[in-house]
Design a binder for this molecule. Structure first.
Ligand code: GLU
Length: 375
């Protein structure tokens, strides 16, 4: 299926089930939903969807790869809140916790590749750094550039590595990035909001854990495997993942080069488009976190807030200034609206116009409940 000669857009919601969604999660989900359904291949300059209805697809992927961090029932709360908000998705939700064999296959494929005579993945016996580096970096982009200890060990003492592996010593697996100045060391991509991005993999990312020493696959590998196999071509998420995107592009290229994608019948390997959103801070300037009950959708719902108020508020955070129609010629604050109404007035230009992180006003909850109706 295609729209005006473009392939069908496939976006995704990829929540980590670590708690109830908060307003920042809804803002990101709404943006992903709008982007996928906006039609015209880009949504740039305005949405055509209003004329023809929803276009594109949105998949739901529950990112519970890190089992111990997943909260029981959080997936159900997320789905219930999404339904209630009118943010629908296509097909059955996918659970990363059920995809371990696929990630294992991906790791095996990567093991078969080398980069300038050095294995593309190598065992790493470093412990503390390992666990810190392997968790999803969304809380403030916690990249620790690996100093290359075990890379050096493998180069200089391959026998020692072999015997440590044979002895069953605990280890993680890292993906190698090119050396400074080497081919492929700089990754460039065009972000829909933040424009051209350029990251030097060895200096700004480093060799990264893709399987932790406790056997859990890292966010970075799982997300790339899933986006690739699920045909996701439209990725919308927070700007704290900009640097991860450079790494994910590298992993994706490596997976394709290793023949992994082909094994799953993926022939089209164009990279997805990316849009990284400004982040949302609470009124004290602290990034919103799922553990703050006061800000979550559950408590807003029990306070009697309705879905259109929340969608309208998130649309306003996205820069959408309401339907420019006779009823609301110059809306200055949030306007209550459904997701479908937001789609009619969605354009990337509005988000680009203000790329700064959003700080919720101290009276944000009353601002939210005070959203005006569209007519
Ligand atoms: N599970 C990640 C999160 O909740 C998703 C990141 C992504 O969109 O790749 O932040």
């Amino acid at each position: 299926m295609s729209v005006a000669g473009q392939s069908l857009k496939v976006g995704r919601f990829a929540p980590t089930p670590s708690g109830r969604m908060h307003i920042g999660n809804v803002y990101a989900m709404l943006a992903a939903w709008l982007s996928a359904h906006a039609g015209d291949g880009s949504g740039d300059g305005g949405s055509q969807a209003g004329l023809e209805g929803k276009q594109g697809k949105v998949l739901l992927r529950i990112e519970d790869v890190d089992g111990p961090r997943a909260l029981k029932d959080a997936d159900e709360w997320i789905m219930d809140d999404l339904h209630w908000l009118g943010l629908d998705w296509d097909g059955e939700p996918a659970y990363q916790s059920q995809r371990t064999e696929i990630y294992e296959e991906a790791l095996r494929s990567l093991e078969s590749v080398s980069l300038d005579d050095f294995p593309l993945v190598y065992p790493c016996f470093c412990s503390r750094a390992d666990l810190r580096a392997a968790s999803a970096p969304q809380e403030g982009d916690r990249f620790l550039i690996y100093p290359g200890t075990c890379r050096k060990l493998l180069t200089e003492h391959p026998d020692e590595v072999r015997s440590r592996l044979e002895a069953g010593q605990r280890h993680s697996w890292r993906i190698t990035v090119p050396e400074e100045g080497a081919r492929g060391s700089v990754v460039t991509f065009d972000d829909r909001i933040f424009a051209r991005q350029c990251f030097d993999l060895p200096r700004e990312v480093g060799d990264t854990v893709i399987r932790r020493s406790d056997g859990i696959f890292s966010y970075q590998l799982a997300v790339v495997v899933d986006d690739l196999l699920m045909g996701v071509n439209d990725i919308v998420r927070g700007r704290d993942l900009l640097r991860s995107t450079a790494l994910q592009i590298w992993i994706r290229q490596a997976l394709v080069a290793s023949g992994f994608a082909k094994k799953y019948g993926i022939e089209r390997i164009d990279g997805p488009t990316y849009a990284h959103l400004p982040l949302i801070d609470d009124p004290t300037g602290v990034r919103l976190a799922k553990r703050k009950r006061s800000l979550d959708i559950g408590s807003l719902r029990s306070d009697g807030v309705n879905p259109e108020q929340i969608i309208g508020y998130c649309a306003w955070l996205l820069g959408i200034r309401g339907p420019r129609n006779v009823h609301m010629p110059d809306a200055t604050g949030p306007v209550s609206m459904s997701a479908r109404e937001a789609l009619e007035c969605f354009t990337w230009d509005d988000i680009r116009a203000d790329k700064s992180d959003r700080i919720l006003a101290a009276n944000w909850a009353s601002e939210l409940t005070g959203t005006k109706p569209t007519v």
